[in-house]
Design a protein around this ligand. Structure first.
Ligand SMILES: [Zn+2]
Length: 357
């Protein structure tokens, strides 16, 4: 059991009783305005002339992309960009198929990359022609720097980190990137309890007809069926235009987080190393709040709802019961999981603070 514990961020505003539907984009705008309106204005003003670089650090499936998207939704997306390390490597793969782009890329690497293998060998690794060697950190570093240069004038969230580095390489990698542009930079740590990630995978279902994804535990449909034979409830697709397919689990999902355990362990180790790095501004996002103190920190509508089902024996109809999704956090404490918008409020307010606005 790992135990990276971040402080709970208070989003509750004293005296405000208004509730919002956080899954509705229009309502979400009003919500952001109420909870972080002043900070949003300050950040918007700041972004007119300035930029920042935020490094998103969280385990696989921790929702890094979601929080950035919500940040952009709140402050506007024209001055903010999101890049992911995985996408950068994949896009290089594509560029190598185009003659002119390939030439540019090779020239760039020859000029900017200093590392243990030749540029040609590095490209072989990217293309999968060499599967025995790992892509040197220096190559990733050069590629990320190239991407940052292309996004001049924009604030950037950099999503992810290279794996398979030792502790020293990590500090070197981040220190090189952090000094790369002459603007403020900071780490954004995202802590999502493993039980949350586990149930998100385990109870995931998909419509075989239209591929709409749902979750029997946290993202129910309007209609639910009951399978007498296997004594199990199932969701019925309610996507407009789809005529009600029985949603099914995906193969391997029943293993939950165990299926990606190795990856999670590596991510966990990296996170612990990075939390310990000194001289870097850090922002902490926490997905969960202990049940006992939830009322003090958040409003009820900011808590992720969960669903369970009961079969009415007389009418043979399924009744859906909605109640807060209760899980255990990594320290074993009974907790609620927050909706992404509530976590995003924490991101907005903390960014405003570290930028000293
Ligand atoms: Zn469907």
């Amino acid at each position: 059991m790992n135990n990276l514990s971040f402080p709970v961020f208070k989003t509750k505003v004293a005296g405000v009783k208004q509730a919002f539907k956080l899954e509705d984009p229009a309502d979400r705008q009003k919500y952001f305005k109420l909870k972080a309106g002043e900070d949003i204005k300050k950040i918007q003003k700041y972004l007119k002339k300035n930029t920042f670089v935020g490094f998103l650090l969280g385990k696989k499936n921790s929702g890094k992309g979601t929080y950035t998207k919500l940040f952009m939704e709140a402050v506007g997306s024209d001055r903010v960009a999101h890049i992911s390390i995985g996408d950068i490597v994949r896009s290089v793969h594509k560029e190598l198929g185009d003659k002119t782009k390939k030439k540019e890329l090779i020239e760039f690497l020859k000029k900017n990359y200093r590392g243990p293998v030749t540029v040609e060998k590095a490209l072989d690794i990217i293309l999968g022609r060499d599967t025995k060697s790992l892509l040197p950190t220096e190559v990733i570093l050069a590629l990320v720097e190239r991407q940052i240069s292309m996004l001049k004038g924009k604030a950037i969230f950099i999503d992810g980190f290279p794996r398979d580095l030792d502790q020293i390489s990590y500090s070197l990698y981040f220190r090189a990137l952090m000094g790369y542009r002459d603007d403020p930079d900071f780490f954004v740590f995202i802590n999502v309890p493993e039980s949350v990630m586990d149930e998100r995978i385990k109870f995931r279902v998909i419509c075989p007809k239209c591929q709409t994804p749902r979750n029997i535990r946290v993202l129910a449909t309007k209609e639910v069926g009951y399978d007498e034979k296997i004594k199990q409830f199932y969701l019925i697709c309610d996507n407009v235009g789809c005529n009600g397919g029985r949603m099914v689990p995906k193969e391997g999902d029943s293993l939950g987080i165990e299926a990606i355990r190795d990856r999670i362990e590596v991510d966990d180790k990296v996170m612990k190393t990075l939390v310990g790095l000194n001289g870097i501004t850090k922002i902490y996002l926490r997905n969960s709040v202990p049940v006992d103190s939830a009322k003090k920190f958040v409003d009820e509508y900011e808590i992720t709802p969960g669903y369970r089902y009961e079969l009415d024996k007389t009418s043979n109809k399924v009744k859906t019961i909605q109640e807060p999704w209760t899980i255990k956090d990594d320290a074993g404490e009974k907790s609620y999981s927050l909706l992404p918008a509530a976590v995003a409020v924490g991101l907005i307010k903390q960014i405003s603070k570290v930028l000293d606005l």
